[in-house]
Ligand binder design. Structure first.
Ligand code: Q9C
Ligand code: ZN
Length: 704
């Protein structure tokens, strides 16, 4: 009779075998001249030091990196891409390396990049194989460069090869002997795993789940395909799940809610053979790019909840994460979970955001036909947090453009255009801002002639000799103006204002090529502090039949409803809220011209003050009751850009209904108006001339 194993040995054999892959060679990839960069070698070293200092590394099976064979990388990347990434560090590219890097989005290369990239991909293969084979229970691969942004033929977002995708394909295609038929990829990096999504978009063997900041399409990588409407296609339909946060500040409670109400029920139904975690830690509290606040305990809890699936076969591969202390502490917490250490989770103190609940419902709704388990009714959530104010979102907006389809990110989105009179304070405020006769009272230059606001009164004489514009100063220096001059916003223009010279007419007065009447300009004529382009998830349409300025033909409007299948270019100008109001006045023909002395008179009160901005940050839009019959009476809040609200002006939803019914005409833009839009897009380097013309024509031709 065999002797029973000694207790210590028994304990050891029962203890989880956890792989921990670390290799200094993956620190070779660094910026070429030692410039600072968030994705730097110290990230790996900081984690490694912490795990050693805490005695965790010694409890793991420590592994060295291994190179990926080309044929495995080729399962997700083009041969050209592999060749270039493998040669980019060679002498041959010494003189062109930086230039090539600049062609990509957020990429640098040095002499160590090729080696690190091949090792990162190979290392994830290595640990995945060992976990799949049962040699290890689970593993953590401390790799860099990260991978989830890398696409078939493109490096991006600090990623050269898509390490996790390479490993998933390796298991599925090259190792049938290991019996891995279904893989769950959980991407909890704060950014959308765009590369991984694309690689398995029609593949039902891989369930890709990504939870990320989306910020209405403006958060990096700022593609609309990060929205929850992208659920996979063909056989892969239902096997792609995006949980797109609307803002930063999301933390343990929000992630746990997404786990409990989306990921875990689906994982249960999918029943994966192994779980690969695209484990970025840039949603961690303290991360300089992410602006979210998952605590180390939060990560430990999220990971613990995954251990119940796939017999606990979990492979974590590092992606992003840029605060050295945060990532070290977070990986440490995760390592302890895998090692089986007992954890006491203090239940998250914070409640999820109201938006989190709404997003979860929208995701479930989108996927419920694919995953019936998501059809169940969610518990009524009692206390939810409201969206943080823009000023609270210290979070870096690591942003750019754009969007795709929602019908019902219910709540806020469907309340576009709805002024909620339920809120007494707000309706009270709105009633105070009626633009009645009194507010439009004429204050002429003579009545304030002692105040020299504008030494630069413009007198322009047209070809025919008529004075087209003279003075622009006429009203008092009202308190609201100085208040609102201290707040900046991004004004997102989508029509002729995309052409900067035309936009500047609204600031400086006058007219640009193609305009038949001049603008009076804004009181504050300072040029915009910044210009940037984006795309927004709204339908562009051309409506109405003529304008005084452009003649016969429709002009541009955005459908105020968000639609993630749509993508409209906007040129954003960073201006003051005072200037935004002056543009709004001009767009709505609220600036009166006093024909006799040529003075112009602005309304006395702003349409969009600070409280309206705040109202919009929750309600997404404000229909300006006092000017409800004007064409641009609807101001939309499109999200934040470096902590400033992005606003635009368009028609109210009721007009959209009238366009649909035929009561209002949809009509193509006049030649000059279209040409102005095209100039804007071309000079703004968004499209070439043909592309821009196609874009305008397509929007004009399509019914609503
Ligand atoms: N406005 C990972 O976390 N930011 N990549 C570029 C441009 C790029 C993040 C900002 C962020 C990439 C793996
Ligand atoms: Zn990231």
């Amino acid at each position: 009779m065999a002797a029973a194993p000694a207790p210590a040995a028994a304990a050891a054999s029962r203890a989880a075998r956890v792989g921990l892959l670390y290799d200094e060679r993956m620190c070779a990839h660094a910026t070429p001249d030692g410039e600072e960069h968030p994705e730097n070698p110290e990230r790996l070293r900081a984690i490694w030091r912490k795990l050693n200092a805490e005695g965790v590394a010694s409890r793991c099976v420590v592994l060295k990196a291994k190179e990926a064979e080309d044929k495995y990388i080729a399962s997700v990347h083009s041969n050209n891409h592999i060749k270039l990434m493998k040669e980019i560090s060679s002498k041959k590219y010494d003189s062109s390396r930086n230039k090539i890097a600049r062609k990509y989005n957020s990429i640098y290369f040095n002499k160590g990049s090729s080696e690190s990239a091949v090792l990162a991909a190979g290392s994830v293969i290595e640990v995945a194989e060992k976990v799949a084979a049962g040699e290890l229970c689970s593993a953590i691969a401390l790799v860099r460069p990260p991978g989830h942004h890398a696409e078939h033929d493109e490096a991006m977002g600090f990623c050269l090869f898509n390490n996790v995708a390479v490993a998933a394909n390796y298991l599925l295609n090259d190792r049938p002997d290991l019996g891995i038929k279904k893989i769950l990829i959980v991407d909890w990096d704060v950014h959308h795993g765009n590369g991984t999504q694309k690689m398995f978009y029609n593949d039902p063997r891989v369930l890709f789940f990504s939870v990320h900041r989306f910020d209405y399409g403006s958060f990096y990588p700022a593609e609309g395909d990060a929205s929850h409407c992208f659920i996979g296609e063909e056989a892969g339909k239902g096997y792609n799940i995006n949980v797109p946060w609307e803002h930063g500040k999301c933390g343990d409670a929000d992630y746990v809610a997404a786990w409990d109400h989306i990921l875990l029920p689906v994982a249960e139904a999918f029943d994966p053979d192994i779980i690969l975690v695209s484990a970025g830690f840039d949603a961690a509290l303290g991360d300089p790019l992410g602006g979210c606040c998952i605590t180390p305990n939060g990560y430990a809890l999220l990971l613990t909840k995954l251990l119940g699936f796939a017999k606990g076969r979990i492979v974590m591969a590092l992606e992003g994460g840029y605060n050295l202390r945060s990532i070290a502490n977070s990986v440490f917490a995760c390592a302890k979970v895998l090692l089986g250490d007992k954890f006491t989770f203090s239940s998250p103190e914070m409640q999820p955001f109201e938006s989190t609940w709404r997003i979860i419902q929208a995701v479930r709704n989108e996927l419920k036909t694919c995953w019936p388990v998501l059809s169940s009714k969610l518990p009524e959530n009692l206390s939810l947090r409201v969206k943080p104010l823009p000023s609270e979102l210290y979070a870096s907006s690591d942003s750019e453009p754009d969007g795709e389809d929602v019908d019902e990110l219910s709540g806020a989105v469907s309340s576009v255009n709805v002024i909620q009179f339920a809120d007494d304070a707000i309706s009270d405020h709105l009633s105070k801002m009626k633009l009645d006769e009194e507010n439009l009272a004429v204050k002429t230059a003579s009545s304030c002639s002692t105040v020299e606001h504008h030494p630069t009164d413009l007198v322009e004489v047209d070809k025919d000799g008529s004075v087209v514009l003279s003075k622009r100063i006429s009203d008092f220096s009202l308190a609201w103006r100085s208040d609102l001059s201290r707040t900046h916003v991004w004004y997102a223009s989508f029509g002729s204002n995309m052409w900067k010279p035309r936009f500047l007419c609204y600031i400086q007065g006058g007219k640009a090529d193609g305009m038949s009447i001049p603008c009076c300009g804004s009181r504050d004529t300072s040029p915009p502090r910044g210009t940037m382009w984006k795309t927004v998830p709204h339908r562009l349409l051309f409506g109405r039949s003529s304008t005084p300025c452009w003649g016969t033909g429709g002009v541009a409007f955005l459908n105020p409803e968000i639609n993630y299948n749509e993508k409209s270019y906007v040129c954003m100008y960073k201006i003051t809220l005072e200037q935004f109001n002056d543009i709004l006045f001009q767009e709505n023909r609220l600036v009166l011209e006093d024909g006799k002395n040529g003075n112009v008179v602005y309304p006395d009160s702003p349409l969009i003050g600070l409280s309206e901005v705040e109202f919009m940050s929750t309600n997404k839009a404000i229909h300006l009751e006092p000017i409800k019959d004007s064409w641009y009476s609807n101001v939309l809040y499109l999200g934040d850009e470096d902590e400033l609200p992005t606003l635009t002006m368009t028609c109210p939803s009721s007009d959209i209904e009238r366009y649909k019914s035929g009561e209002l005409p949809l009509s193509p833009p006049s030649k000059t108006y279209a040409a102005t839009l095209i100039k804007g897009l071309v000079e703004g380097e968004q499209l070439d001339a043909d592309g821009a013309a196609n874009y305008i024509n397509a929007a004009a031709a399509r019914g609503l």
